[in-house]
Design a protein around this ligand. Structure first.
Ligand code: DCB
Length: 323
């Protein structure tokens, strides 16, 4: 009899152990469960110092495809497993610098939507045609100062201060001094993660490794396009990490570097396997329905309803499956 009771108790205990915790967090990779992010060595970690990997989508330019940075669209990416959203706020090309108040309101609405979904969210100062971040450092400083104050108590928010420096911009003469200035403005209010780009569309991360910034909770962005960038750029990631530089892939595409061509799924899988082995976080370009191969949605897909596999482009059918 006693034997039988013991064996029933043991099976009950084993059953309990195989069930998930009674009260799972609202989203295992979300901000409620993980809190303020921090960098430990080269690894992104949660508030408890446990490694955390963020996966999600980048918006396209807010001023062109703002509907895909709304609550339903962000929720849709979460439903596919994302815990990160990147708000790409173009500065040039008719973006923030041309209409600051309207675009800022759009960016804030997108950030608030991601926060409401318990996701981490990147505020991206998306320089591109304006290749040198120094060209609009005053505007950037005012913008990030305001954002850091607004979100000083919101652990969800990450600050990407210069998407892709290019043209003649150098690390030592332009990007580093710019980053020092913006970092200071952000740190006056917030301890949130700051993501820093580098020359050649955020590929020259080795220049940052030779002369890194001082400060806490900084990561360096590396951007790649699977049809254009291969092993040599992955090797560069290993080189800089060996020197202690924390890396975050805040933008990558399954297309070629112009956002089109391909789609290069085999090359993308090779890249994502590489990132996964190293617990490197990423955001994919881009959540929109533009007629280009990097776009996640088939042309004409409405932003205001849930999406099925049928709505996804070949790129997103692959990428969403890797969240
Ligand atoms: C980056 C930019 C991003 C750009 C994508 C794809 O630029 F951060 O804004 O997105 O990569 O090129 C594209 C959109 C197009 C849009 C165009 C201009 O997909 O719909 O018309 O921006 O706004 C890169 C990245 C890498 C390289 C070059 C660029 N590269 N670039 O290695 O040569 O010149 O835009």
């Amino acid at each position: 009899m006693l034997e039988r009771i013991v064996s029933v108790l043991i099976s009950a205990a084993m059953l309990c152990a195989s069930l998930p915790d009674a009260a799972p967090p609202s989203s295992p990779g979300g901000a409620k469960a993980n809190g303020w992010l921090q960098v430990v060595g080269t690894q992104l970690c949660n508030e408890r110092g446990e490694p955390l990997v963020l996966h999600g989508m980048s918006s396209h330019g807010l001023h062109w495809f703002g509907q895909y940075a709304g609550r339903q669209a962000i929720m849709n990416t979460k439903a596919f497993g994302a815990n990160l959203f990147r708000v790409a706020m173009y500065t040039g090309e008719g973006g923030y610098l041309s209409q600051p108040e309207a675009i800022k309101a759009q960016a804030v609405a997108a950030v608030d939507a991601a926060v409401a979904e318990d996701m981490y969210v990147i505020i991206d100062w998306h320089i591109l045609s304006d290749g040198n971040p120094m060209a609009h450092a005053d505007e950037a400083e005012a913008f990030f100062s305001e954002m850091a104050r607004r979100y000083k108590d919101t652990p969800n928010v990450l600050y990407e201060i210069c998407n892709e420096p290019n043209g003649g911009a150098t690390w030592q003469g332009d990007v580093k001094p710019y980053a020092q200035r913006i970092l200071k403005a952000i740190r006056a209010h917030s301890r949130g993660l700051v993501l820093v780009g580098s020359p050649t569309w955020s590929q020259d991360i080795h220049l940052a490794a030779e002369d890194p910034l001082e400060g806490e909770n900084l990561l360096y962005t590396l951007h790649f396009y699977a049809g254009t960038h291969g092993q040599w750029l992955r090797d560069r990631i290993d080189e800089v990490r060996a020197r202690g530089l924390p890396v975050f892939v805040s933008e990558w595409g399954a297309s070629a570097a112009d956002g089109s061509g391909g789609v290069f799924l085999q090359e993308s899988a090779q890249w994502l396997d590489f990132l996964e082995e190293r617990h490197i976080s990423w955001a994919n370009w881009s959540l929109c329905d533009k007629n280009e191969t990097s776009a996640a949605l088939k042309p004409g897909t409405p932003a205001g309803r849930p999406w099925t596999q049928e709505d996804l482009s070949p790129s997103a059918a692959f990428v969403f499956g890797r969240f």
